[in-house]
Design a protein around this ligand. Structure first.
Ligand SMILES: *[C@@H]1O[C@H](CO)[C@@H](O)[C@H](O)[C@H]1NC(C)=O
Ligand SMILES: *[C@@H]1O[C@H](CO)[C@@H](O)[C@H](O)[C@H]1NC(C)=O
Ligand SMILES: *[C@@H]1O[C@H](CO)[C@@H](O)[C@H](O)[C@H]1NC(C)=O
Ligand SMILES: *[C@@H]1O[C@H](CO)[C@@H](O)[C@H](O)[C@H]1NC(C)=O
Ligand SMILES: *[C@@H]1O[C@H](CO)[C@@H](O)[C@H](O)[C@H]1NC(C)=O
Ligand SMILES: *[C@@H]1O[C@H](CO)[C@@H](O)[C@H](O)[C@H]1NC(C)=O
Length: 372
């Protein structure tokens, strides 16, 4: 068991939680572990359960199974974000408050022309300017009054995020992030969490909606991208999802052998789906795996192919585990259907700053765990 009182207390202090009492009760291993937090702001007692009974969770066909993701979203009003500022190139309600000194004036990175445009996002972390988020991530403040009052705490995150430390662990290695617009939001959030560190320029995002040649590919197929950047890359964080309809496993079964055979010198990390589906409230009193089921049960996933996402995660995680590829596990986002940009237009992209902030913690942890 990695979660200690010291860790939890440290996390509480770092995240600025004002806790009168923080009681951690541990029973015997393999039995349920309960964290009880008394928050003086709430005057209410919220027992948060983390199940450590590693019963497997599976897809709807019961073929693909994985360990459940452990952790809870802890209420942390007035939290500080790793990436607190949202720079839009697409839409913001706060045009009067655009921070040109931080966000630049050139709609960067939209105007990046390093590869021919092809309507794709393609940019490198910039030490002078924050990366723009895309996915309409910046419209939430005014349009929805959205503020994120929760922080993900998990026994598998052993240390609070520290940008300098993450850079030290990364060393000189360069990271290529390949994905669609959800991957792009992730990439900008990660870059901006590392803003003002020396290593931010070691991160690059290149868009690919499908990874494989498809008629409407916005971006480039995965081999075009890797052929071009393999000599300037050590780590590849990649994912695919919302644009894929039909046979999702087939995409991975085509792409993964190709990656492993053709680019054996690169270290790949697979990113799980960023869940789709809107709700007014977060799904708090349940684990991420339960939340994924609850979203389907409540028909929050009715739109597009959102209903398939959890099954895809279950397949992908088992398939990649068998091939020893580390997973960038974003299942905690199933608890956060409240944090999408617009309940009437877009239940896929996320409000920034918001729950996607967790990607900085996850990336640091990958490095701490020597997974990359
Ligand atoms: C938890 O694990 C123990 C030991 O493996 C088992 O006996 C028990 O039934 C499990 N409990 C649940 C709720 O799955
Ligand atoms: C950072 O962004 C600015 C503004 O677009 C650009 O002029 C500059 O070349 C960028 N620097 C790097 C290192 O990419
Ligand atoms: C946001 O909050 C303000 C102040 O409480 C309120 O006047 C406004 O109508 C709210 N906007 C939306 C879109 O809910
Ligand atoms: C962050 O990491 C750096 C480098 O390891 C260290 O010097 C610094 O003390 C850390 N900061 C905090 C707040 O832990
Ligand atoms: C990607 O596109 C290039 C150029 O069109 C093509 O040669 C290559 O075979 C494609 N890659 C895959 C994996 O299909
Ligand atoms: C789910 O919600 C959509 C949109 O409101 C509706 O059209 C559909 O019939 C619902 N499906 C079920 C199974 O309730």
């Amino acid at each position: 068991m990695n979660l200690t009182f010291r860790h939890a207390a440290l996390v509480a202090v770092v995240f600025g939680v004002s806790l009168n009492y923080l009681i951690l009760r541990f029973k015997a291993p393999h039995v349920e572990e309960e964290i009880i937090i008394f928050d003086e702001n709430d005057h209410e007692r919220s027992p948060l359960q983390i199940s450590t009974n590693a019963t497997l969770v599976c897809d709807s066909t019961q073929q693909y199974c994985n360990t459940p993701l452990e952790g809870v979203w802890v209420r942390t009003p007035k939290k500080t974000f790793h990436n607190p500022i949202c720079c839009p190139w697409d839409k913001s309600d706060r045009n009067d408050e655009l921070l040109f000194d931080l966000c630049g004036t050139e709609n960067w990175p939209q105007s990046a022309t390093d590869l021919e445009q092809n309507a794709a996002q393609h940019y490198t972390g910039n030490t002078s300017f924050l990366a723009q988020s895309g996915g309409h991530g910046c419209i939430c403040h005014d349009r929805r009054n959205f503020t994120d009052d929760y922080t993900w705490m998990s026994p598998s995150l052993v240390q609070p995020f520290n940008a300098t430390y993450t850079c030290e662990l990364l060393g000189k290695r360069r990271v290529l992030i390949v994905g669609d617009s959800t991957g792009q939001q992730l990439a900008s959030t990660l870059m901006n969490s590392l803003f003002h560190t020396s290593c931010v320029a070691q991160f690059r995002f290149v868009q690919s909606d499908f990874l494989l040649p498809r008629k409407k590919e916005r971006g480039y197929n995965i081999t075009t991208i890797l052929d071009r950047y393999q000599d300037a890359t050590e780590i590849v964080l990649w994912g695919v999802g919302p644009h894929v309809y039909g046979n999702f496993p087939e995409t991975l079964q085509t792409v993964v052998p190709l990656l492993l055979e053709r680019y054996p010198h690169l270290q790949f990390i697979y990113k799980t789906q960023q869940p789709g589906g809107c709700s007014d409230e977060p799904l708090l009193d349940m684990s991420p795996d339960e939340a994924a089921q609850e979203m389907i049960k409540r028909n929050l996933t009715w739109n597009y192919n959102y209903r398939e996402f959890y099954d895809r995660d279950m397949f992908a995680m088992q398939y990649l585990r068998e091939r020893s590829m580390p997973i960038f596990d974003l299942r905690m986002l199933y608890n956060r259907p409240d944090a999408h940009t617009n309940p009437f237009e877009d239940c896929l992209h996320m409000c920034i700053p918001g729950p996607l902030d967790v990607v900085a913690d996850l990336f640091q942890q990958l490095l701490i765990d020597h997974k990359v």
